[in-house]
Design a protein around this ligand. Structure first.
Ligand code: AMP
Ligand code: GLY
Length: 417
């Protein structure tokens, strides 16, 4: 039986652990650092996800057969390179391949060079040059800080004042570190997430999902890490999906091989269906969060086989997914994504009749406490979105906690159709 180490400690990693626990080959799962929910399905290990030396030492000591990386931060510090240098099997991209997410400019250059459809752009390091360019163009202006910023590096400035303030932050005040800014055209249309397992040039698609980035109902309020997601998107046709697969995901996988940094993990296309065709908003070099929590419950294939094949740079059988749809709602701490308090008890977890992935929880004296901005995600599977929605909100009602809030309108775009 195989021993697996999952790196990370959020809802995405809980969903990965859950999928691995359904593999008949997997005997023992460790998760570093994990969380209180993951601890019910895996042995958690108190190692930070970016502490490469400690992770490596642990994997060697335990005789781990395969390591699976969740967060981009771990990829960006080169955990995959370090494991491979020691001959250890690991699912995730090298540091060099992770640039498809960690550097907006690299991603844009690849798209331009290989003809992948995306908004046209220009990049700047000089504040005056950036400001001159932005103020002469139509608003809103899309300003992207070039570097890993945990989803916080994009500003859609509605007017010159907002644009100037953001450019100052990014280029003068170094709020995000040493600065480079990509300024791009503002696109409109529904967004969706297309995640694929990629092993070199081989690209294995997963079901499409849609995330809800704004904090409040009606897509209002500040941007968050994601407040809910669902699969079964009625506004994307099979033809749209085939075009996105061929002309975006496969093209980038090929490009990365040609650029000598082949992919060996998940490629996540953050795509938009514009009036002018499907275009790339961003790429991530990892599973999306919260998309993974709605996509992986549908996988029928043994996920260990897929992870292992990709880690070894081989091909594998086409992954199979159940035809049902899923819907997941995130319960977040009141105040998130701004200031919030932690340490509130969550009751009723044992009464919930659906999957509950823990995003930010902690166990203390036999109780489960809130320990992050996004705390839990309840996920239901059904024949239709309407049914999944009814189920998931019913199950959420069984939970009690004084300091959580959630959106009541997940999948509204699909249900308005
Ligand atoms: P990103 O981190 O690049 O995904 O950007 C975060 C969010 O900003 C996206 O999910 C979009 O909603 C929005 N966004 C990014 N780029 C554009 C663009 N070129 N046009 C319109 N909206 C955008
Ligand atoms: N759901 C967006 C992300 O994972 O970046």
């Amino acid at each position: 039986m195989k021993k697996v180490l999952v790196i990370g400690g959020g809802g995405r990693e809980h969903a990965i652990v859950d999928a691995l626990s359904r593999s008949p080959q997997v005997g023992k799962i460790f998760c570093a650092p994990g969380n209180a929910g993951i601890a019910q399905q895996a042995q958690t290990v108190a190692i930070k996800d970016t502490d490469v030396d400690a992770l490596l030492e642990f994997a060697k000591r335990e005789g781990i057969d395969l390591t699976v990386v969740g967060p981009e931060a771990a990829l960006a510090v080169g955990v995959v390179d370090a494991f491979r240098a020691e001959g250890l099997k690991i699912f995730g991209h090298t540091k060099s391949a992770t640039r498809i997410e960690s550097s907006k400019e690299f991603a844009k250059q690849i798209m331009e060079k290989y003809g992948v459809p995306t908004a046209s752009y220009k990049s700047f390091t000089d504040y005056d040059a950036a400001w001159d360019y932005v103020k002469a163009r139509p608003f809103p202006a899309v300003l992207k800080y070039d570097g890993l910023a945990a989803g916080k590096g994009v500003v859609i400035a509605e007017n010159p004042e907002e644009a100037q303030a953001a450019l100052k932050d990014m280029l003068l005040d170094s709020a995000f570190g040493e600065g480079k800014v990509v300024v791009e055209d503002f696109l409109t249309g529904p967004e969706f997430s297309f995640m694929c397992f990629v092993s070199g040039r081989k690209v294995y698609p997963m079901p499409l999902a849609q995330d809800h980035k704004r904090a409040y109902d009606g897509d209002k309020g500040p941007n968050t890490g994601g407040m809910g997601a669902y699969t079964g998107l009625p506004f994307i046709t099979a033809e749209d999906e085939a075009i996105a697969y061929e002309s975006i995901l496969c093209k980038v996988a090929d490009a990365m091989v040609q650029e000598s940094c082949p992919l060996s993990g998940v490629l996540y296309g953050g795509l938009m269906k514009t009036a002018d065709g499907i275009k790339v908003i961003e790429f991530n070099a990892r599973f999306g969060d919260p998309e993974t929590e709605v996509v992986l419950p549908l996988i029928e294939s043994d996920i260990y086989d897929i992870f292992e094949a990709v880690a070894e740079g081989r091909e594998t059988a086409e992954p199979c997914f159940v035809k049902d749809v899923t819907m997941g709602v995130v319960l977040a701490s009141k105040g998130y994504p701004g200031h919030y308090e932690k340490g509130f008890e969550i009751e009723g977890l044992d009464k919930v009749g659906c999957r509950v992935y823990h995003m930010g929880t902690k166990a203390s004296d036999g109780k489960i406490l809130t320990a992050g901005g996004r705390v839990l995600m309840c996920v239901c599977r059904a024949d239709s979105i309407l049914e999944a929605k009814d189920k998931v909100y019913k199950e959420i009602n069984r939970l009690h906690c004084d300091n959580l809030f959630y959106r009541k309108d997940i999948a509204h775009i699909a249900l308005e159709k």
